[in-house]
Design a protein around this ligand. Structure first.
Ligand code: AMP
Ligand code: GLY
Length: 418
């Protein structure tokens, strides 16, 4: 079935979603707002503001759009899904109220408590005295989080008490902070499609959040990812469905804020069992880049089913046995202060490496030159029968790409390849 789709967003996540839609070869008509230089090479792009609910809903209604897919969190928080749903147009993405699962860590903690979902202990602190008390109660290493959206930068995990106090003091200027118990273990990102009452899990992935090799340096939006996770215990996905995802979806439905869209479970596998560290209300980036290429079931049908409440009728999902690795190329200075406007070259040679796809994140074309316009510039995604080969392909492709001052991690999926 051909679907007229409006896809909102401009990053590598949206490029990955677009690639999956086009790979169906179903003749979908996809418009992306606003997209980037890579997306513009594969689909129609328009300069519509994706965070303006009225403009998006008007565009969808006026252009016979049959499915709106919301990539990033900002349009969700702005109420874009609500505005589109009001026009009776299917939309993949939760309401503003349900998206608080991502936009407010305090909201997420409350829902988890009410639903009995396993998570770390946490204290909400509005003053420095409360911060100090909570740091003392949980002990080192310290975990301090800003409450609202902070693009991954609001979280500090540190053994350094003075640094934890300084981070709390900084974010207390804008609102309360959350002090959490430190959870020790492997991190897993699990995405689930949700339609308000049912959930369907995708394949688990691992994200590399720190900027430097060996998990050093500051947190970023994510510097690489791989899927599947060969070290996961049997039954892991089913356990997350029954102990995390379904209880949360039922709790939100009971509260009158049903969640339809992508439930992103950020998890830590501790010695005591699986614990939630955070929820997001949209596909994760870069994990989406390694999950969707392995999905054999047509994506458009799944997103439409989530948008229309018919996930329970979907046949089981199929995933390829191939593995997938993505490595993010970042601008000089990312994440603190990325230098932008520099020229990128060598993309064609990189894309010619077998099994490799280049996804654009922050790129623009000017005077026929490709320029980097942000921190995470592009991703090299490699598919292969095993991790050693996928890594070899990704890193070979990276040697072809030139961007002055750019950097990437060299250890993405290295442990999985051993
Ligand atoms: P968040 O934005 O909540 O996902 O936090 C960003 C990153 O900080 C996570 O991916 C973890 O690597 C780390 N982190 C967050 N909370 C904790 C915690 N309670 N214990 C250990 N690490 C954490
Ligand atoms: N990769 C982390 C995120 O999308 O939030």
């Amino acid at each position: 079935m051909v679907v007229r789709i409006l896809l909102l967003g401009s990053g590598a996540r949206e490029h990955a979603i677009l690639s999956a839609l086009l790979a169906e070869n179903a003749g979908h008509e996809v418009t992306v707002a606003p997209g980037n230089a890579g997306i513009a090479g594969e689909a129609e792009t328009i300069s519509l503001d994706p965070e303006n609910p009225k403009l998006v809903a008007d565009f969808a209604a006026d252009n016979g759009i049959e499915l709106v897919i919301i990539g990033p969190e900002a349009p969700l928080v702005a109420g874009v899904a609500d505005a589109v749903r009001k026009r009776r147009i299917p939309v993949f993405g939760p309401s503003k109220a349900a998206a608080q699962l991502e936009s407010s860590k305090a909201f997420a903690k409350r829902v988890m408590d009410a639903a009995g979902v396993p998570t770390g202990r946490a204290a909400n602190a509005a003053t420095m005295d409360e911060v100090v008390a909570a740091l003392d109660a949980f002990g080192a290493p310290y975990v301090v989080k800003a409450d609202g959206l902070a693009a991954g930068k609001g979280v500090l995990v540190t053994p350094d008490r003075a640094a934890a106090l300084a981070h709390a003091e900084h974010y207390l200027q804008v609102g309360p902070v959350l002090v959490e118990e430190f959870l020790d273990g492997h991190e897993v990102s699990l995405f689930l499609l949700a339609d308000g009452s049912s959930v369907v899990p995708l394949a688990p992935a691992q994200d590399f959040k720190r900027v430097g090799d060996g998990d050093t340096g500051p947190n970023t939006g994510g510097m690489g990812a791989y899927s599947p996770l060969p070290w996961l215990p049997d039954g892991f996905v089913q356990e997350v469905v029954s102990s995390v995802a379904l209880p949360v979806i039922r709790q939100l439905a009971e509260e009158g804020t049903p969640f339809g869209g992508l439930l992103y479970c950020g998890l830590i596998l501790t010695a005591q069992g699986v614990r939630v560290i955070e929820f997001n209300a949209r596909f994760g980036d870069p994990e989406t880049q390694v999950v969707l290429p392995r999905l054999r079931t047509p994506l458009s049908g799944l997103l439409l089913a989530a948008a229309t409440g018919s996930l329970a009728e979907q046949p089981p999902l199929e995933f390829s046995d191939d593995v997938c690795v993505t490595v993010v190329l970042a601008s000089e200075g990312y994440p603190a202060d990325p230098k932008t406007g520099r020229r990128i070259s060598g993309i064609e040679a990189a894309a010619a490496v077998p099994g490799v796809t280049i996804l654009h994140a922050a790129t623009a074309r000017k005077d026929n030159q490709l320029l980097a316009t942000g921190g995470r510039v592009l991703s090299v995604v490699a598919r292969a029968p095993d991790f050693a080969e996928a890594r070899a392909r990704a890193y070979r492709a990276l040697t072809e790409i030139r961007l002055d001052g750019s950097h990437f991690r060299t250890d993405i999926a290295a442990q999985a390849a051993e």
